[in-house]
Design a protein around this ligand. Sequence first.
Ligand code: ADP
Ligand code: MG
Length: 332
Amino acid sequence: PRLANQIAAGEVVERPASVVKELIENSLDAGATRIDIEVEQGGLKLIRVRDNGRGVAKSDLSLALARHATSKVYSLDELEALVSLGFRGEALASVASVSRLNFTSKPASQADAWQVQSQGRDMLTEVTPAAHTDGTSVEVRDLFFNTPARRKFLRTEKTEFSHLEEVIKRQALSRFDVGFSLRHNNRTIHALRPALTITEQQRRIAALLNPDFMLNSILIETERAGLKMTGWVGLPTFSRSSADMQYFFVNGRVVRDRVIAHAVKQAYRDVLFHGRQPCFVLFLELDSLGVDVNVHPTKHEVRFRDQRLVHDFLFSQLHRALAEVRPQLGAE
Ligand code: ADP
Ligand code: MG
């Protein structure tokens, strides 16, 4: 079964960033309200994700690292929602099979914390006592130490870290209610408290992306026929260094989609006569029946049941919002 895990790992675990994504998703699934991420050498040497979620009982610890051992019980609706988030029930086993992994946990109902470890294909079935407050820490060291072929595909520390940070940006943007911190080589990169008010959310976005973006963007809050959009669109006065500040979330999941990109760009061009790629952080909520987010679990694709409806909604709402501010911009 461990060999099967390594094969599966090739699909789930591409690089440190994909490990971090799976670990954070597990913390969120466990109801964590605070997630602390610590990384060394771009995640190549160490990834540690600590949360204050519900934890895993001592008796279930070794199961957590075993394949298809998911202990979560779901209703059919929840299951469908989870499938859309890339639910596979084997992420942890896959990561464990290609790293040295420590899993430490303490549910609130349990007096002490316990730990299990694995080294590549060897799982140390022994459960040992550990020190930990309520919640879970997963420590992943030496990713791909036992799969040199995969290790060769890894890039420099800097590149791997930037992928990893991008994953955290997306998670932190999609879950304002959760606190996140990120440390790299003992340096604090992000320290984000839960952001419940719009002001706090703007502060989080400024910290994660670019402070100037908040000063040069408009807030969108609009709803029509079961479609709801909130978020921020950058104005032409926002000059960024990075060409790629386009974050679009559909029902909490980050997506890249041509229909969306086209609608935003079109509204921008029509109102502001500006052909440049706009920057945005936008959240679209719609009935889950109206969208299939399970096209590919890792590729961030969606398929809207009614593409036209979604396109027209985005276009018309953005068009209106931008038209309202155009006079102040003295648009050319
Ligand atoms: P899945 O998340 O799809 O169930 P994983 O392999 O990612 O599969 O995780 C296996 C199991 O380990 C989870 O179902 C959960 O019971 C447990 N687990 C993993 N990480 C955590 C965590 N941070 N907090 C609580 N339980 C966890
Ligand atoms: Mg998981």
